[in-house]
Design a protein around this ligand. Structure first.
Ligand SMILES: [Zn+2]
Ligand SMILES: [Zn+2]
Ligand SMILES: [Zn+2]
Ligand SMILES: [Zn+2]
Length: 335
């Protein structure tokens, strides 16, 4: 009998597909804002949410959503205050979330193995209801991350710039935090709360090796995340009987393998690009990645083109299609 036509496997494949699309979609903005470990922090806090679900006998998925969203807002508020001991406050929150979760699970009379399903994922035990919830939540995350990409990109790239351009930076930062929390819950059954951050970050790091524009990075990260999650699940499903391979870690290791394979290629591409453009003096020299051409760009920006135009140093940047860029010779550069 073909394992891939079993009902539990069909549910698992659907959940893996949607998780693989959603996690890197929101992860792209976290990486861009240098908040790569935010998903990990939310994951630790969400452990308490799962435990509360086990304690009260309600669905751990929904209690995890609520606690993860509250935790994400708290993290964003602490981060925004930006004081020197902000990272200590975050650490306390993370350890409190994990320890509280383990403690409450014990109080609920549940064994550690029940909690382990959520810590490292147990995608093959996912119920039909959980699959539907996963798909709906993931669709919301994907739709927002892709649909609002111009605004989210502008805010993640340069908060000052976005503020000048009239965007509500605070609202968009909170939106990213809440979407990250929802994603953590979506990925909880697939890769688990302790590994979720890997699926949000590693596919993005991989596609950054090869992609030059933001939009290409976003789309290829989603593609890589899907390949890793569906591929990892398939590998775990076809190992011979008697050997037990859990899908969560397999998915994470597979996406790490993707990064390892593309890394030399990325080094070579960046080297070649430097040879191609050896004098980046007209750009921000402190940031070697600053000279990044946009995708082929037929549109010509000007004072009346309708795109948000903001003075940036000695030139004008335009916000367009999830890019913020400026004309440079015959092409446009990402800024
Ligand atoms: Zn324009
Ligand atoms: Zn500029
Ligand atoms: Zn443009
Ligand atoms: Zn250029």
């Amino acid at each position: 009998m073909d394992v891939f036509t079993l009902p539990f496997m069909e549910r698992a494949l659907l959940a893996a597909l949607f998780t693989g699309l959603a996690a890197p979609a929101i992860g792209t903005y976290l990486v861009q804002r240098r908040l790569a470990l935010m998903g990990d922090g939310i994951g630790h806090v969400a452990v308490t949410g799962v435990a509360l679900g086990l304690l009260t006998g309600t669905s751990p998925t929904w209690t995890a959503v609520v606690v993860a969203v509250l935790g994400a807002i708290l993290i964003e508020v602490i981060r925004e205050r930006g004081h020197t001991n902000g990272d200590v406050a975050l650490a306390l929150l993370f350890y409190g979330g994990l320890a509280g979760g383990v403690l409450v699970t014990g109080l609920a009379g549940q064994s550690a193995s029940r909690l382990q399903q959520y810590l490292f994922g147990a995608i093959t035990t996912i119920s039909s209801t959980d699959v539907v919830v996963t798909m709906v939540l993931a669709a919301v995350v994907i739709g927002t991350a892709v649909g609002l990409s111009p605004q989210l990109f502008a805010v993640a790239q340069d908060q000052e710039f976005a503020r000048v351009a009239g965007l509500n930076v605070r609202a968009y930062n909170l939106l990213v935090a809440v979407l990250a929390a929802v994603t953590v819950t979506v990925a909880m059954r697939t890769v688990g709360l302790l590994l979720v951050s890997a699926l949000m970050v590693v596919p993005v790091a991989t596609s950054q090796q090869l992609a030059r524009s933001f939009r290409t990075t976003l789309v290829s990260a989603m593609l890589l995340g899907t390949l890793a999650s569906v591929g990892g699940l398939s590998i775990a499903a076809v190992v011979p009987a008697g050997v037990s391979v859990s899908p969560g870690p397999t998915i994470v290791l597979l996406s790490l393998a993707g990064f390892v394979v593309t890394w030399p290629l990325g080094v070579w591409l960046r080297h070649r690009q430097r040879l191609h453009a050896p004098f980046p003096a007209h750009h921000d020299v402190a940031d070697p990645d600053a000279h990044l051409e946009t995708d082929p760009h037929p549109h010509e920006h000007g004072s009346a083109c309708g795109h948000v135009a903001v003075p940036h140093g000695d030139h004008v940047d335009y916000v367009h299609d999830g890019h913020r860029h400026a004309p440079h010779g015959k092409h446009y550069d990402e800024h």
